[in-house]
Design a binder for this molecule. Structure first.
Ligand code: NAP
Length: 468
């Protein structure tokens, strides 16, 4: 190609790149929109994936690429690891898998930032240096924070909050030192010692930020870290003058933040309380009304109640996920519906361990979306429900949150199953839920306990209903 032809080709390809980025950004926005409803969530994932493919294609056309070999190697290795993770990681381990993905994404942003610093710092404007520092700080602290979160969720690191005296003060000092180094580097960009000290402090700050938080609060922490990773990516976009990174990073950053706020709201906690409250550090003792004996019921007696009921509501919780009982509950629901029983599902926004946990599991078992009712929709129906079957849920049906102002979960909205005519609770034993609180529901007159693994209990119930 002669010089003129090369210039025309490069200009043409830069238009092509911008076009792919524009299409990618539109697909990301449409994907996010579609993901906001379970009916269209799968389509949303495909749209977002197509957007990512467009962004990758556009980036591979970049004329600054020196060699494709390393990129190809990375693509192949990443695709293999991703495919294996998709095959092997069970749904119940999805939270720690997501934490690991955040760690990788954030590490990528931080490493790109460090590479940019070493190669291009002398040519950068003050604005770009600011964006670079922001990217590296957020990227580095999100990497270690997410690794600690994954470790806590997997049980490799102690799940209870790790706290010590003066911890908040020390964290504040570390934060101030890190930000001061950032400001110093902005003024003296070539002060590489201070730059690397800032990176080191960010790495340490990620660890310090997450260790005092209990494992059960990790989903909120993760969505907050996801938000940081998104903002780090947006800052990377400013450093590299890459529009799609700016748009995708900002979408990621703010959707993560909104999700964290919604999760906190559903638990009636503030983000401040999640981050600094050390929730889960004390095992709380019996709470108001949690005295007396729990009444046990046999599968046969429970099946009679269900078979002759007009309306049954299933309220699933974390135990449904651990037991993988989604298909078993669908089977029981089918048997009841064949007998003319009206069946609904009451879904609490923070049931399980991640947002939409119950919806995903029930969708896997093809439970029709129309029979899933959100907490606010199902609560008014409780007084006209004959039997509620609580499947491995505990905190989200704890009446103490409503009745006991001194309870640590006071004010958390619950599904008010105790207003139904009868409640059958499926759980394995006396285990407490995420909050570590005793649940007075289990001692109420309306309640009977069907002990055992939720999947086995539901299968037994379906068989017993069949025989009636
Ligand atoms: P939960 O309060 O953690 O209670 C789960 C119950 O399931 C336990 O009491 C356990 O009792 C039982 N269980 C466990 N495995 C079982 C099995 N195989 N079969 C039958 N039962 C089993 O769950 P939840 O009511 O769903 O509440 C969720 C909690 O997580 C809330 O406190 C919420 O704030 C918190 N949280 C949720 C999210 C989110 O995004 N969803 C995020 C952060 C925090 P046994 O051991 O006796 O069986």
């Amino acid at each position: 190609m002669d010089h003129a032809a090369t210039t025309t080709f490069l200009n043409g390809s830069s238009y092509f790149i911008e076009l792919t980025y524009l299409i990618a950004s539109i697909l990301f926005i449409l994907g996010l929109k579609a993901m906001s409803h379970p009916d269209t969530a799968r389509k949303g994932m495909f749209l977002a994936e197509a957007g990512m493919l467009m962004a990758v294609i556009g980036t591979l056309m970049n004329k600054q690429i020196v060699s494709y070999e390393w990129i190809l190697g990375g693509l192949v290795a990443g695709s293999i690891v991703g495919a294996l993770m998709a095959i092997w990681v069970p749904m119940t381990a999805m939270p720690e898998r997501t934490a690991l993905s955040h760690a990788f994404g954030a590490a990528a942003a931080a490493l790109v930032g460090i590479a940019e610093y070493t190669v291009n710092i002398s040519e950068m404007s003050k604005f770009k240096i600011g964006a670079l520092g922001f990217e590296i700080m957020l990227g580095a602290l999100t990497t270690t924070g997410s690794l600690i979160a994954a470790g806590k969720l997997k049980g490799i690191i102690k799940g209870t909050p790790i706290q010590f005296k003066g911890q908040n003060f020390l964290n504040m000092l570390l934060f101030l030192a890190m930000v001061s180094s950032f400001v110093y580097v902005m003024i003296n960009p070539l002060a590489s010692m201070v730059f690397y000290a800032m990176v080191g402090m960010a790495v340490l700050f990620g660890v310090m930020l997450v260790i005092p938080i209990g494992a059960a609060d990790m989903p909120v922490v993760m969505s907050l870290l996801n938000s940081y990773a998104g903002l780090a990516a947006a800052a990377t976009g400013f450093v590299l003058s890459n529009n799609v990174l700016i748009i995708a990073g900002t979408l990621d950053g703010f959707s993560g933040l909104i999700l964290s706020i919604l999760m906190c709201k559903a638990m009636n906690r503030s983000i401040f309380n999640v981050l600094f409250g050390g929730f889960g550090s004390v095992i709380h003792e019996a709470t108001a009304g949690a005295t007396g004996t729990m009444r046990e019921i046999s599968p046969e007696d429970a099946a009679v109640q269900l078979a002759y009921a007009k309306k049954v509501v299933f309220v699933p919780g974390y135990g449904l996920a651990t037991a993988q009982a989604q298909h078993a509950v669908r089977e029981l629901a089918n048997k009841l519906e064949e007998r003319g029983v009206e069946v609904k599902y009451g879904i609490h926004p923070v049931a399980g361990r991640m947002p939409g946990h119950m919806n995903v599991l029930l969708a896997e078992a093809n439970v029709p979306y129309e029979v899933l009712y959100e907490m606010d929709q199902i609560n008014p129906e409780m007084s006209t429900t004959d039997v509620v079957v609580v499947i491995g849920a505990n905190d989200v049906v704890n009446p103490d949150a409503r009745d006991n102002p001194n309870s640590p979960i006071a004010g958390m909205p619950i599904i008010e199953v105790d207003r139904a005519h009868s409640v059958i609770v499926l759980k394995r034993g006396q285990g407490r839920g995420f909050s570590g609180l005793e649940n007075p529901l289990f001692f109420k007159n309306v309640t009977s306990m069907l002990y055992g693994d939720a999947k086995a209990s539901l299968t037994n119930l379906a068989q017993a209903v069949q025989q009636i």
